[in-house]
Ligand binder design. Structure first.
Ligand code: FAD
Length: 285
């Protein structure tokens, strides 16, 4: 089912994001985790797309298994990194053949050995170009949005102009970068609406389970940890269970306020772990 139809139902739409496991054993384990999470009835599951290498084919395999074997609607992330346009066309054909109806169109992050994003000489430079290609086919697609601004954008206004350009290719929804202070989301939605972006904007929430990991992630993606939350996590950092509990409590508070004030759903960045997401959703359902 197309995610646009799920969003039109106006119930909160809950989704989980996973990354493709590196080997077959981990893939089988992940499918078992997904079967476990089925009882929570996520509306869809998305699978990220790596910066290169063998995990990319695994994204395609996994989205197909989630939809066709596990029986949960799925969405494939797709990026411009390293692909000539013709290859993007073949990947989209392969997704359609596997019955995949939903795509998240992204520029992608540069591979680890590159500092800045370099487009393939025959490829796309920005996500709006990929989005336009996806829009030529019969997919429902979404794009990424940044409540605290994309790190490379000179300012929030310019970033929003580019978001509008992406959405105007025909995107049905925006999923946001992770954030820990809801004020950023509400401000972003208000600015997006004022700029004429009318599609649902799904907040992206990452339950914190590890202090050094989240410090690394936030430094990379430009999201900030609110001072009090940061201090709590920092103080508890040696006790992973305590950090996980603090992360769950913070995420539940965030999600309750977001849904209470009209967010169309929640997209959980699970990092392939089900414990925190399960605990959070149990308190929301
Ligand atoms: P763009 O929209 O192209 O924006 C990139 C930068 O260029 C921004 O600074 C923007 O302001 C600017 N810009 C945009 N359009 C133009 C234009 N036409 N002209 C000039 N400047 C422009 N990465 C992965 O590698 N794999 C994944 O699976 C993945 N999943 C993600 C899921 C979500 C929900 C989110 C929020 C991010 C995800 N990312 C993923 C990370 C994403 O690829 C990076 O944040 C990347 O740096 C930007 O991608 P984008 O699609 O937002 O790019």
């Amino acid at each position: 089912m197309k995610i646009s139809r799920l969003l039109a139902s106006r119930k909160p739409v809950f989704s989980f994001e996973f990354f493709p496991p590196k080997d077959d054993a981990a893939a089988a384990q992940l499918v078992r985790t997904l079967e476990d999470l089925k009882s929570l009835k996520p509306n869809f599951i998305s699978v990220t797309y790596g910066a290169g290498g063998s995990t990319r084919a695994k994204t395609l395999e996994l989205v197909a298994r989630i939809k066709n074997e596990v029986g949960i609607e799925s969405m494939a992330h797709l990026t411009c990194v390293g692909h000539p346009r013709a290859e993007i066309g073949s990947i989209l054909d392969a997704l359609a053949e596997k019955g995949i109806e939903n795509v998240l169109a992204l520029r992608g992050d540069p591979p680890r050995d590159q500092k800045t994003f370099l487009p393939h000489p025959e490829g796309f430079q920005f996500a709006n170009e990929l989005a336009a290609e996806v829009a030529r086919r019969n997919f429902c697609f979404g794009v990424a949005g940044y409540p605290e601004k994309h790190p490379e954008a000179p300012n929030r206004e310019v970033d929003l102009l580019y978001l509008k350009r992406k959405v105007d290719t025909g995107a049905s929804f925006v999923i946001t970068q992770l954030f820990f202070d809801n004020a950023h989301y509400f401000d972003f939605v208000a600015r997006a609406r004022a700029a004429g972006i009318t599609v649902p904007i799904i907040p992206g929430i990452m339950p914190v389970t590890n202090y050094s990991q989240i410090t690394r992630f936030t430094a990379l993606c430009g999201s900030k940890l609110p001072a009090r939350f940061k201090t709590k996590l920092e103080t508890a950092q040696a006790d992973l269970q305590a950090v996980t509990r603090i992360g769950i409590t913070h995420a539940v508070t965030q999600c309750q306020e977001l849904l209470g004030k009209g967010a169309p759903g929640i997209h959980f960045y699970t990092l392939n772990k089900s414990h925190s997401t399960r605990k959070i959703l149990e308190q929301l359902l």
